[in-house]
Ligand binder design. Structure first.
Ligand code: SAM
Length: 282
């Protein structure tokens, strides 16, 4: 059945041409028009989750645009695919796709305002997939990490430089606040990197697709907030020793001794678990 639909529905490139959709820079629009690439994102994400398709699963896509990734998800048979797009110029294309796939639910709005917790409470845990608009990618990620227990997985495209920061290990210049919070809440797998030529229009930089698998027991919001404050202070003065950058943390000396860290260390020397241990004592 899915194979028949694939033969009938127009390619994303044809849909973009038919509806005259021009990418807008202010909305972070760099489209994926090649079905081989969108299929690869979905295929590698599913394989890493040991799944052959999305059967029985609910998926949310942020920023479907002209629907290339949307069609790739739909070809793998989700129970429901909800897409959230703030550019109403994309709606006619998405409605045409819905004509072939009734399990597509189109929401026109700002993903930054969407209530993820409410959806999870009403409909159960779900998957997120997105070729993220680069200007809101970190804000969305931090919001999702706070609510990690709502999600089964997150398959996300970032600028490669941001992906490098998310996956960085201690000791290097890329390691920072977003690495600590991401790795605390999720196991992260880099699926693949894409050159600028994969997008229309082509950006200046490479991109990377990451799969986030929420940990079985993510850190609760109140404790996560403490980790956020701690890492903000530490990495805010990343060249200073923590004796200086964390001097406003009361009982620092005792806590550092208990966690097994030296006050002469810098922010990048502490592991994710050491940040968590410090936050638990605050
Ligand atoms: N998924 C499409 C693809 O891969 O070709 C488009 C990806 S494009 C990088 C990002 C999309 O996110 C655009 O369609 C843009 O209009 C949409 N977008 C930007 N900011 C948004 C927001 N705050 N909420 C929802 N969608 C947003």
């Amino acid at each position: 059945m899915a194979e028949n639909k694939k033969a009938i529905i127009s390619s994303t490139r044809d849909l973009v041409e038919k509806y005259g959709l021009m990418a807008k820079k202010t909305l972070g629009q760099n489209f994926l028009l090649d079905g081989n690439i969108t299929d690869k994102i979905v295929r590698l994400s599913l394989a890493e989750q040991k799944k052959g398709d999305w059967a029985g699963e609910t998926v949310v896509e942020v920023g479907p645009g002209p629907g290339g990734l949307t069609q790739a998800v739909l070809r793998k048979n989700p129970k429901l695919l909800r897409v959230i797009e703030m550019d109403d110029r994309c709606l006619d294309i998405l409605r045409e796709i819905r004509g072939y796939y009734p399990q597509l639910d189109i929401v026109c709005g700002d993903a930054l305002q969407f209530d993820w917790q409410d959806m999870a409470e009403r409909e159960g845990k779900f998957h997120i997939i997105s070729n993220l608009p680069y200007h809101v990618s970190v804000a969305l990620l931090l919001e999702w990490l706070k609510k990690a227990s709502c999600f089964k997985s997150l398959t996300l495209m970032f600028q490669k430089e941001v992906a490098d920061r998310i996956t960085a290990v201690p000791g290097g210049k890329n390691y920072g606040r977003v690495s600590v919070i991401s790795q605390l809440q999720c196991e992260i797998v880099r699926l693949f990197d894409l050159p600028p030529t994969c997008f229309v229009p082509a950006p200046k930089i490479w991109s990377s697709v990451l799969l986030f698998k929420p940990r079985p027991e993510p850190v609760e919001p109140a404790l996560l907030e403490k980790v956020e404050k701690l890492t903000e202070k530490a990495f805010g003065q990343r060249r200073k020793m923590i004796r200086q950058s964390l001097k406003s943390v009361s009982g620092l000396e005792r806590m550092a001794a208990e966690v097994g860290i030296e006050l002469t260390w810098r922010a990048e020397d502490l592991s994710v678990q050491q940040y968590l241990a410090l936050a638990q004592m605050m």
